[in-house]
Design a protein around this ligand. Structure first.
Ligand code: ARG
Length: 229
């Protein structure tokens, strides 16, 4: 593209936080999911080359981006003002709300955030689900987890009463684990790819890639593959 053309100049490394199916997860040791296929398709539309993926806890992704360990975050990361102080987002590529997961067939059947007051709740560290528990639930006995998979295990075991988590991921856990969605509430979150604040060239290229992948029908194919019918 517009840069000086040095070899390797346009090579980028992506970072993600697996354990968030179907967006990013490990299957037989491989990193797979919607975000993996989507970012690869998006970068294919640009003059950049994606040379690899690195895995982090969700809560350390932004720091790893700003230290230069990675160049782009693809981790179902919700675009919000607090994060925009530390990184830049591309245009949105996915919309989601939040759900509350409980143990399948358990006694606790909440139907609103008010019902979560005073309960044993979990979420992944650094997520919007965590912020909702901290900001909107009274007297929660809150435990933060490095990974939502661990929180789901505690819920199955009965050592947690509920988890707040993005709805598409809640549905995936509900389909595969001993947990169910108690209720879903609207947050209107939009996921974006994250880049460093001064990386305008990359951000603009990714925006063009996002649009091209939608127009070509590839977005629909990737959605079908990971969300099916
Ligand atoms: N969308 C939520 C957020 O941005 C949760 C994202 C968690 N992503 C992950 N790969 N674990 O806070």
């Amino acid at each position: 593209n517009q840069s000086d053309g040095a070899t390797g100049e346009n090579e980028i490394i992506a970072g993600t936080a697996p354990g968030f199916p179907p967006f990013e997860m490990k299957e037989g040791g491989d990193l797979v999911g919607f975000d993996i296929d989507h970012l690869e398709a998006v970068v294919d539309e640009t003059d950049y080359e994606l040379t690899g993926w690195k895995e982090f806890e969700f809560g350390s992704l932004i720091q790893s981006l700003n230290s230069g360990e990675i160049d782009v975050i693809a981790a179902a990361m919700t675009i919000n003002d607090e994060r925009k102080e530390k990184l830049a987002f591309t245009d949105p590529y996915y919309s989601a709300n939040q759900s509350v997961l409980v143990q399948t067939g358990g006694d606790f059947e909440p139907s609103s955030l008010d019902d979560l007051a005073g309960r044993d709740l979990g979420a992944q560290s650094g997520t919007t689900g965590e912020s909702i528990i901290e900001d909107e639930v009274d007297d929660a006995n809150y435990r933060s987890f490095e990974n939502y998979v661990y929180a789901v295990q505690e819920l199955e075991r009965g050592t947690l009463e509920a988890i707040v988590i993005d709805q598409p991921v809640a549905e995936t856990f509900a389909a595969n684990r001993d947990v169910e969605i108690a209720f879903t509430f609207e947050t209107g979150e939009k996921y974006g790819l994250g880049v460093r604040q001064d990386d305008d060239g990359l951000r603009e290229a990714l925006n063009e890639g996002i649009a091209a992948v939608e127009e070509s029908g590839e977005y629909e194919e990737i959605t079908q593959e990971w969300f099916g019918e």
